[in-house]
Design a protein around this ligand. Sequence first.
Ligand code: PLP
Length: 389
Amino acid sequence: MNIKELDKKYVASTYGRFDIEIVKGKGSLLYDENGKEYIDLTSGIGVNIFGVCDEKICEAIENQAKTLTHISNLFYTKPCAELARMLCEKTGMSKVFFSNSGAEANECAIKIARKYAQSKKGKDYFNIITLENSFHGRTLTTLSATGQESFHTLYTPLTEGFISTKANDLDSFLSLAKNTKCAGIMLETVQGEGGVNVLDFDFVKGVEKYAKENDVILIIDEVQTGNGRTGKLYSYMNYDITPDVVSTAKGLAGGLPLGATLMSQKVEDVFNFGDHGSTFGGNPVCCASALSVLSRIDDNLLQDVNKKSEYIFSQLENANGVESISGKGLMLGIKVKQDAKRTIKRLQEKGVLCLTAKDKVRLLPPLNIEFSLLQKAVEIIKDTLKEEL
Ligand SMILES: *Cc1c(COP(=O)(O)O)cnc(C)c1O
C-alpha cells in the first residue's frame, strides 16, 4: 500500500485530506511525493511561523534534544522558566501555565475564570460568554465554548455554562451579560475558523470595560492570532486592552506542540498546587523551540508582516473575482466569487497551498515568507480568480 492507502486504512477518518502527501520542505516551499513544489500559504494552519525546517529553530530543537528531552513537571527546567519569563516580559502578564495545544490552553483559561469567580462571588458564577462563529477547540468544554452549533451535534450533553452572543453587537452583549452570572468572557479578536472576522475596536473596548467594571475575567483566545500573526505580538495589542487571561498555541513553538495560558496579576494566584497540570506541558524541547521563535518576533519582523499584508490587500482587494478581503496582518480571508473549495483545489494544481475558512479562501503564510515567493503566489491567485471555475 502507498502512504495514502495506508492512511485511509489505519488513520481515523476525521480529516478530509487533500490528495497530496507532503514529504519535505524548506522555509515557505513544500514538496509532495512526486517532487512537485508548492508555495505554502498555510504554515500548517498558522503554526510554522518561520516556515518548515528553519535553521535556528532546528538548532534550538537539536541542542535541547541532545541535552534533555523530557523530565516532568516535578522538576525545574531551564527552557520552561526562561520561556515563561520571556512571555511575561513581552506582554506584561504575570505567570504562565504551559500545555500542548490550543484547546488545552483554553481549558486552563476557563478553569481560571471559573475558580476566580466561584471563590469570590459564589458557585452560581460559572457562565462564560463567547461569540457566535467562534472557535475555541475540540475538547468537550472548548466545543461548548465554540459558538457554532454544527460542531455540537451528537456530542451532547456538553459542558454547561457557555452562552454565545453576536460579535460586534455591544448592546446584545451588555444585555446578556447583565442577566447572566458571569465568570468570564472569551473571544478571538480575529475569528479564524469562523471566517477571518475582525472584531470592531469599539466592541472589544466595550467588552473590556464591562469586564473590568464587573470583575468578570476577560479571556482573549490568541491561539491563531498570536505570536506575530496579525502584525502585533498578540492581536489584543491592536485594541488597547489589558486582558486578564491570554491563551495561545499554534505558532508559539514554530512547529512543535505547545500551548500557553498567560495570567495577569489579578489571576496569577488563582491556581494552587494540584489545581491544574499536564504531563508534557512545558516540555524542554518545545520550550527551547518557542524561545527561538519568540526572540525573533521583534519590531522588524512585525513591520515586515504589516508590509506584506498591505501588499496582499493592495493586489487582491480590487482584483477580478474578489468580493472582499478581511483580516489583519498575515491572517487574511478572501471572499471570492468562485466556490472557495474549488479555488484552493485549482491553486494546488498550480503550486500554491491555501486554506478555507467558511466560504473564504484563507491565507496564513509563514511570517518570514520571501517577498518574491509571496509575489509569485499572489500573481497565481489573481490569475486563478479570473478563471471561470
Ligand atoms: C486552532 C484553534 C484552537 C484549537 O487549537 P488546537 O491546538 O487544535 O487544540 C483554539 N482556538 C483557536 C482560535 C484556534 O484557531
